[in-house]
Design a protein around this ligand. Structure first.
Ligand SMILES: [Zn+2]
Length: 538
């Protein structure tokens, strides 16, 4: 019976979509919205009548997802009364929009703003000039500082469920992990869905337009973790590199994690291959990509490392892992493998331009040269490194040697926040402390934009220039902390911007007036909190 209800529900929803209609028209008329509301009410009534209360939430979850998908087509159906007020420029993908006269912009000779067409930036306009071609609409950016959309290179979304977990507080990496693994073994698909949605919302609101997540915990029942993450990212409209994490070396094999969170090598490789075939888009401007991401030397067997590298090579996808994060890791590698972490990486076929490494702190001069020669990228995660007192990444030395460096907020349980704009400030402050005034706010902004794009091998991202993807983060400087500033770009970093006013991904506004379109943050927070408590009290 449940199946029948579900099918009829989905069929009814299909009706409201009016295939092809959404792409061809500028709005959904009130009649269609009325149909959706009616279905909604009938379902509610049916579920309460048949005492199938538990179904209500499932159906509404689905309804919500459909609504968000409509949003991906820029149709505001959540706000029933204002559907006709959808701004015209946000509807047709091929319209030309002029983001006019920004307060400041991180681009050369673009004081007059930028002209966008569909998903691309097509012209940079000098101060006082007009676009050289016709345009359909103008967005007045005179109160906004425009940055290329920020790129996050390292995260573990599921960890938002165990932020500042009391028993793990004030611990360094290994004991911190050992405290949290048993909790993470209890993560359900619903909990991961909420964690993913929440982390993506945090990232978007901080100006991030390309996110990556390394999910490596696969307890029984969570086999489709990456699938549901893909779904969440696509619904929200953020660009995403999903790193299929893995662990197969549990305590019984001398590893760190318990048996309940690891998988076998065969399971890992089969699922990795499936995900690449199903979701990886190698095209320029891709919204969804897959990378292979065994967790770390202390939780993954040599076989998984080697085979993942072969699989990545075969399918031309990237590789990602944690490396050189702590001195503990160096000792572990020397004791169990007989070499330092980077030597191990080389032995298992990972030292190449397809790999990027989270943290990359404890490298010698010689190892930095090796990384540069191999063109292996680094994700600097300053907050996490400071919280876990892991050390300071040698960002300036790495860049000087020619290594691409970007930024990552890292998992929420070690950073306890997924705010990438704040991470730009952290990176600036930490490197300034190490290297003095030769480190500027522009360096930190470069790491979070162009640096990240270089690491991900995405030349169409990370810069505001002709032909680049229209991924943008617009910040206002109307808070107390910015008052009196003399340099809007520097103010973002040094005064501590933390929330974007508008965010655009591939030419579509995802955030407007500090709100993610179509997402009820209050409801999300309540759902996420409930899942986090359930997990922590298990
Ligand atoms: Zn991490």
């Amino acid at each position: 019976m449940d199946d029948t209800i579900e099918k009829s529900f989905l069929a009814s929803l299909e009706m409201t979509r009016f295939k092809g209609f959404l792409q061809d028209h500028h709005y959904i008329s009130n009649q269609y919205i009325f149909v959706a509301q009616l279905i909604n009410l009938i379902l509610k009534w049916y579920c309460s009548k048949t005492k199938k209360q538990h179904l209500v939430s499932v159906y509404f979850e689905r309804l919500e997802n459909y609504c968000r998908k409509f949003y991906a087509l820029n149709i505001k159906i959540f706000n029933w009364n204002s559907v006709n007020s959808v701004q015209k420029y946000n509807q047709k993908p091929d319209l030309k929009i002029w983001l006019k006269n920004p307060l400041s912009i991180l681009a050369e000779n673009a004081g007059g703003g930028i002209l966008l067409e569909g998903a691309r930036i097509i012209e940079l306009i000098p101060s006082g000039k007009q676009p050289s071609s016709e345009y359909d609409s103008v967005f007045d950016a005179s109160c906004h500082v425009i940055l290329p959309g920020l790129i996050n290179l390292h995260h573990h979304f599921y960890q938002t469920l165990t932020r500042v977990y009391p028993q793990a507080l004030n611990k360094e990496l290994f004991p911190w992990l050992k405290t949290l693994y048993p909790l993470w073994a209890g993560i359900t698909p619903e909990a991961l869905r909420m964690a993913t949605r929440l982390a993506l919302a945090e990232l978007l609101l901080s100006g991030c337009t390309t996110a990556s997540d390394q999910h490596y915990v696969f307890p029984a029942g969570l086999e489709n973790a990456i699938d549901l993450q893909v779904e969440e990212a696509q619904i929200l409209g953020i660009r995403m590199v999903l790193c299929r994490g893995s662990m197969d070396r549990s305590e019984k094999d001398g590893g760190l994690p318990p048996d309940s969170v690891v998988q076998t090598c065969d399971e890992i490789l089969a699922d990795s291959e499936r995900l690449i075939q199903q979701y990886h888009n190698p095209e320029e401007g891709a919204m969804t990509q897959i990378a292979l991401a065994p967790c770390s030397p202390f939780s993954v067997s040599e076989t998984v490392m080697r085979e993942s590298a072969k699989l990545a090579e075969k399918n031309n996808v990237l590789l990602h892992t944690h490396l050189a994060e702590t001195e503990d890791e160096n000792s572990f590698c020397l004791e169990t493998i007989g070499c330092r972490p980077l030597d191990y990486l080389e032995q298992v076929g990972w030292l190449n331009n397809k790999t990027w490494l989270a943290h990359g702190i404890h490298f010698t001069d010689e190892e930095i040269q090796k990384l540069a020669a191999a063109k292996t990228g680094i994700s600097h995660c300053p907050s996490s490194n400071m919280v876990l007192s892991s050390g300071v990444c040698r960002v300036m030395d790495l860049e000087k040697a020619g290594v691409h460096v970007g930024l990552g907020v890292d998992g929420s349980a070690s950073n306890d926040s997924s705010n990438l704009m704040q991470e730009v400030r952290q990176a600036f402050l930490l490197q300034r402390l190490q290297h003095g005034s030769k480190v500027t706010h522009l360096d930190a902004l470069r790491w979070a934009t162009e640096g990240g794009a270089n690491v991900l091998r995405r030349p169409e991202l990370g810069r505001i220039a002709e032909g680049m993807q229209a991924d943008l983060a617009l910040f206002k400087l109307d808070e107390l902390r910015f008052s009196g500033n003399g340099d809007p770009l520097a103010a973002l970093v040094i005064c501590g911007a933390h929330q974007a006013d508008r965010v655009m991904v591939a030419g579509k506004w995802i955030v407007e007036d500090g709100q993610i379109l179509g997402l009820d943050l209050e409801q999300l927070q309540a759902q996420h909190y409930r899942e986090a408590k359930r997990l922590q009290e298990k």
